[in-house]
Design a protein around this ligand. Sequence first.
Ligand SMILES: [Fe+2]
Ligand SMILES: [Fe+2]
Length: 325
Amino acid sequence: MTDLEIRLDPGERLSPDEAIAQDQALLRELEPEAARLYDRHAKVAQEWFPHDFIPYRLGRDFDKEPWTPDQPRLTGVAQTAFEIGLLTEDNLPSYHRLIHGMFGKGDGPWIAWVGRWTAEEGRHAIVLRDYLTVTRNIDPVMLERGRMTQLQQGYDHDSPGTLRGLAYVAFQELATRIAHRNTGRYSSDPVADKIMVRIAADENLHMVFYRDILGAALKVQPSAAVRAIVDEVLAFEMPGAGIPGFIRKAAQIAKAGIYDLRVHHDEVLMPIIRHWRIFELEGLDAGAEEARRRLAEHLQKIDAAATRFEQKMLTSTVPRIASAG
Ligand SMILES: [Fe+2]
Ligand SMILES: [Fe+2]
């Protein structure tokens, strides 16, 4: 416990004013750590260029030779995974708005991170669209219409407060890293695989920044951080959830083993929860203890559902990969 957080009982909530004050205290307290993690990121992040990854020799003019469904060399599920991956990256303006709202204050390391992160994320949609267009692996008209729908709809996330927002982005960056990485592996196209390895490396560094800043927050406001993490795990949804047909497409992606409940539990939730040592923390308030019980129950349920799904998939005819993370 520190003097920077108010202790709560189960079911009790902070008033809006208390929540804002606690949030501001947290952002101030974590500013030196944000600066350290930003510098670390800038040192290890490698510069890369989307054009280096695209086989432009395959390009043909679409006015002379329009796209036809027989042109893609990717299988159906690989196409779907690329479509979801790109449309998700396309929604960057919404993510920027949310992240800027959460910690884009002042002129210090927080806003520097928001800018750096946004610039790096922008490259992902560029390289994916160039690849898909030049190789004709997806209908470019469908892709552009999807982008228009997706951006006009935008994306919102009900994340009251910095802690909940940080929990979301930590899990989401890791989820995206693995979804991208497995999409590349599933594609059986060395060009696509190389692109996805490159993007996944970016997502990993993003995850590490958010995971470690929230790790520092767990020392400043441990009970509030645990409550926020549990709220987020229980409500977690991929950022592409608003894409038309997402449920059907996500089901195909799960059947292919690119992103299913087993991946979500074993490779996304558990590694981060273990890293934060959520189940070993001591001195939490009663509200956080209650949240931790709900988290344990929830993780058990996901694990059991993942096992049921795996058993069902034993008789599936959909080609499936074993995830390597
Ligand atoms: Fe990305
Ligand atoms: Fe990212």
